[in-house]
Design a binder for this molecule. Sequence first.
Ligand code: NAD
Length: 431
Amino acid sequence: MDMADRYLSFTGTAPGRFLTRRLGLPQPAALRRWSPQSPGFEGGVLHLTAGKSELSGPEFPEFPSPSDAPAAVLLDATGVRDVAGLAEVHAALHPVVRSVAASGRVVVLGAPLSSADHHQAAAQQALEGFTRSLGKEIGRGRTVNLVRLTDTSAAESTLRFLLSPKSAYVSGQVIEVGQAQELDVDWSHPLAGRTALVTGGARGIGAAVAETLARDGARVVVLDVPGASADAERLAARLGGSSLALDITAPDAGARIAEALPDGLDVLVHNAGITRDRRLANMPAERWSSVLDVNLASVLRTTDALLEAGTLRRGGRIVATASIAGLAGNTGQTNYGASKAGVVGLVRSLAPRAAAEHGVTVNAVAPGFIETKMTAAVPLFIREAGRRMNSLGQGGLPVDVAETTAWLAHPASGAVNGQVVRVCGQSLLGA
Ligand code: NAD
């Protein structure tokens, strides 16, 4: 199979491990991912504090403390207000970091940066550099992320995600969680009774998103171009959902979706995307406009249409798809990079207004190198570089983006808004 990472499979064997160690080659860890048989980590969460915690809300009874080697460490650094407080971060993590299990997690909790106290802001911003640096060195498939928050109850869905195998390919991220009402949530089927539409859902990342949202209880509508309708129909039938054959660039796409969903929509995942790579000097206008149209203009058009029509219900979620190419830029991708950066602009501007006016959150996932048909088409050398040039030393899988989407789509994620979360194994590109 084209898409397989043969090097990763090889280093997973005894001779492969032996040979690559002798040659001093990288040895990416086999990442632990969610499965129905092993949905969580065994080993518990070690709770640590640096400074005097400034969090309100309940403590974290849902994350049991470890008996032995922790699967994860949760460091509450919200009370760190100065450089002396940062020494407590070192003192807390230095003795335990080695003992965190393979594929384990380090989650640092920080406070919003103060505009009135530059010592606090310096210390809290320092946590970002700390987190990203630890992510680069920790190894063994372990991840490190920073969550800025004030209230623990609004952050439960985020912490559950980050402290689980579902966040296998999310590392080096800074996520801000605001405040929201506490909800009664069915954590095993959080999307039960909700409808989710995934554009470009027939294959690749979109198909994994459809599958994961269906696992979480959603009734899924798989939208894709008419040419992909056989795959879309097959997937929809398997997931007990429906399919919609529609080119998302059609001027009336929003109206057609609204028509197909008279009972409304709860989760809109803008996943359809294309690449038409060429350096700018060689890029005909058609390559520019087709990429901008699919990846950005149609996202803007359908979002506007579905919000205006009231198809997206209160409590709704929009998850758009950016890319690390939109954050870092990429050779041959001025069109694609522009379109994906545009998605980031859309998310940041619309998020507060959509929440205030429609009760809908707007976030984006920004995938790095994910093993799909899109990346299988990348020339071998660049493909191999893309795979290895991140802290986890391997490409991600479509399911990694899907799990991140499911967290953002979660009914309890109402306090996560306007965020762009990279699913890139902490890629060196644009880091
Ligand atoms: P893919 O090419 O495997 O699948 C994309 C799907 O979108 C296809 O089913 C395609 O038919 C559909 N589609 C394309 N144009 C459409 C249109 N006009 N209307 C409706 N559907 C349309 O791609 P993928 O790798 O699964 O990528 C999914 C998304 O993730 C894209 O937005 C892509 O830019 C983004 N992304 C992917 C990667 C990666 O490494 N694979 C990295 C960063 C971002």
